[in-house]
Design a binder for this molecule. Structure first.
Ligand code: HPA
Length: 278
């Protein structure tokens, strides 16, 4: 008997196949809050709103477009997820990671994750970029809980190097060449949707975290499970709660994302051919 979740995945993949023909993305890109403009540097061939795919959960976050874009960035065949799905929307964690799995099943070898995040180090500039070196997903449900999808990967996958060291080196080098404000650190995923308390921000900082957000790590786990390479960049849109004098708002996050969006987009465009050549 088939696994219903795997059947749903395959159903979405075949509907997308009908729309894109034999197009094979090399790299899958997930665009976080405010980082949608990266898609402007893309030569889009086909755009498919999630709502047009039967079986696909739909995003409800304001500012999220919720669609797959297929095409090229800097000559590299890519699929972009413009608008991701979040656990705090009330979705099952397996549904949250569905798009990452779909993009992998469509042929993408690498998953490039981006997000907006709060900085856990009081000295971090905002906005700035943080190359993700590792993650902490302590209080978040693991997307691999439940019957293992043997078609995708093993029951107990290794997570000792989730974020590809070669790609991290490319990201650091290009960021430095372009003079971008950039650091490297550990991303902590919490469920949201409330922002953290100052005590939680201090705790995550003590655990060695560099940034905190509400996405990414679960997608990275699902992608590694199926053998994709993974890399990620956090856009540090604000200092974590309690590290600045003012309260946090979604508007501040979006505005900071928009401020760094063009430079971030330039970085992505610059690194994709190098990542593709690995
Ligand atoms: N916390 C959690 N998620 C976020 C933050 C934050 O401070 N900023 C942007 N996304």
């Amino acid at each position: 008997m088939g696994n219903p979740h795997y059947d749903k995945l395959i159903g979405c993949v075949s509907q997308l196949r009908e729309r894109i023909g034999d197009f094979r993305p090399h790299i899958a890109l997930t665009l976080g809050s405010g980082l949608g403009p990266v898609a402007e540097s893309m030569d889009v061939t086909v755009s498919v709103p999630y709502g047009e795919i039967e079986g696909m959960p739909v995003s409800t976050v304001p500012g999220h477009k919720g669609r797959f874009l297929f095409g090229h960035i800097a000559g590299v065949p890519v699929v972009c997820m413009q608008g991701r799905l979040h656990y705090y929307e009330g979705l099952d964690v397996q549904d949250v990671v569905m798009p990452a799995r779909i993009m992998g099943l469509l042929g993408a070898k690498t998953l490039f994750l981006t997000n907006a995040a709060g900085g856990l180090d009081p000295k971090m500039e905002t906005p700035s970029l943080m190359v993700i070196s590792d993650h902490i997903m302590l209080s978040f449900p693991n997307p691999l809980v439940g019957p293992n999808l043997d078609e995708l990967g093993v029951r107990f996958p290794d997570m000792s190097a989730v974020y590809d060291p070669e790609i991290r080196a490319i990201l650091r080098k290009k960021g430095a060449e372009m003079g971008l404000p950039m650091s490297e650190g550990i991303y902590c995923q919490l469920t949201g949707p409330s922002f953290e308390t100052p005590a939680e921000v201090r705790l995550l900082g003590m655990l060695g975290g560099g940034a905190v957000g509400m996405s990414t790590a679960c997608e990275a786990v699902a992608a590694r499970h199926m053998g994709m390479k993974v890399c990620g960049i956090s856009c540090i849109t604000n200092k974590g709660a309690g590290l600045s004098a003012h309260a946090l708002t979604h508007k501040e996050v979006m505005e900071a994302g928009e401020l760094i969006g063009p430079r971030f987009s330039a970085l992505v465009t610059a690194v994709l051919p190098e990542i593709d050549a690995l």
